[in-house]
Design a protein around this ligand. Structure first.
Ligand SMILES: Cc1cc2nc3c(=O)[nH]c(=O)nc-3n(C[C@H](O)[C@H](O)[C@H](O)COP(=O)(O)O)c2cc1C
Length: 371
């Protein structure tokens, strides 16, 4: 395992590599059980969901990523050896970053990365801190999702709010699961999606950007997954979600609202549902004591507005230490939320697989009928 912060997981270990304007972006998965049916087209289909097409709400950078397997898959099945998957970086234009390299963008990682890595970091396109790196996570997430599906677990995410446009209709999980990728903003309700799209376009026209909220649901996760205290399920899910650039908050179930409730309001009463124990409400978001309860895992992330905006902002010229102003040019997403949806699904899926292997629910070799 790499020790420098580029890996996550204990049994299903995912390590990413690459930079935004480097040659490739890729991922190595060590610990994937043998015997999972896996093809490049499966991963390609998930990677294609990253970029909404035919819309003005994403960067103009063309990301027609082609997934290439390099190792770990033989005769259409995972072998148990490390799986390596890469995509090439194409459509690169680093010119804006040369002009800006001494002017750290407010809200971005330019300043902190430069200090930490002594100026040796690849700053082009945000380098290692670019949202582009989520393609690596999505590739690993596909493998995780396929594994989870073998055990009846399903993970899906959607945009719940963009700017001040909120999805306040209550939709069935079935509806969310089937329709979330049908709109460019990844909101399963067409009316709300239209308003979200308009809000993003308006912000972009004003040289500005918007943030929002993504909700992720893990359905049919068996009870008993998670390793308290320090590897509790919610802690590990939060860690993976905070590793997504631009995520500034994570909450489970009632989340921060729970702080305003009374115990009698917040407690989820237990009840028999046929022959299984469940709860009547899900304020706990599917995790109690760091262990899955069998109720759906419900987690939300707060995604901040894209830092790179065309409006004038104050910054410091790092070579002269003068106070200066900056207008960020180049190709940027006016809202990160739609692209964060598949990345968030991937992050949660990876952690669930890691913990299901640790709990012995997913074996190291899949039986023939599971494969
Ligand atoms: C999918 C995705 C796309 C992103 N696109 C951009 C972008 O176009 N421009 C930008 O300035 N930041 C973008 N970001 C956000 C930055 O990468 C992020 O804000 C920066 O690395 C600082 O990290 P922090 O916000 O987590 O502190 C994107 C993030 C994600 C997840």
């Amino acid at each position: 395992m790499w020790l420098a912060g580029n890996s996550i997981g204990k049994e299903f270990v995912v390590s990413t590599f690459g930079e935004s304007h480097g040659k490739i972006v890729g991922v190595i998965i060590d610990g994937c059980p043998a015997g999972l049916s896996l093809a490049e087209v499966d991963v390609q289909a998930e990677v294609d969901k990253r970029i909404p097409r035919h819309t003005k709400i994403v960067s103009e950078r063309v990301e027609h990523d082609r997934v290439h397997f390099q190792s770990g898959v033989f005769n259409g099945f995972t072998t148990g050896a490390p799986i390596t998957m890469v995509v090439e970086n194409i459509d690169l234009d680093s010119s804006d970053y040369e002009d800006m390299k001494d002017l750290p963008r407010p809200g971005h990682a330019d300043y902190t990365a430069r200090v930490k890595f002594g100026g040796f970091n690849d700053y082009r396109g945000g380098g290692r801190f670019s949202g582009r790196l989520t393609v690596a996570l999505v590739m690993a997430g596909t493998v995780a999702k396929l594994l989870l599906n073998q055990f009846g677990v399903d993970v899906f995410a959607y945009s719940k709010a963009i700017g001040d446009v909120k999805l306040d209709k209550s939709l069935s999980y079935e509806h969310v699961r089937s329709h979330r990728y049908e709109t460019a903003v990844r909101c399963p309700d067409k009316d709300t999606a239209g308003k979200m799209e308009e809000a993003i376009i308006t912000a972009r026209k004003e040289g500005d950007s918007l943030g929002g909220v993504v909700e992720i649901v893990g359905a049919n996760v068996p009870v008993g997954i998670g390793e308290p205290l320090f590897d509790s399920l919610d802690a590990d899910i939060a860690k993976a979600l905070f590793a997504l650039p631009a995520v500034k908050g994570v909450e489970f179930g009632a989340g921060f609202k729970a702080a305003t409730l009374r115990g009698s309001e917040n407690n989820d009463a237990f009840q028999m549902f046929g022959d299984t124990i469940g709860t009547l409400t899900n304020n706990h978001g599917g995790v109690l004591g760091g262990i899955s309860s069998g109720m759906p895992i419900v987690v939300r992330i707060a995604v901040k507005p894209t830092p790179s905006i065309a409006k004038e902002q104050k910054t410091v010229a790092l070579t002269t230490t003068e106070n200066v102003t900056l207008k960020v040019g180049g190709r940027h997403d006016p809202c990160i939320v739609p692209k964060a949806v598949p990345a968030a699904e991937a992050a949660v899926s990876i952690i669930l697989v890691d913990h299901m292997i640790r709990a012995g629910v997913i074996p190291k070799v899949l039986k023939k009928e599971q494969a």
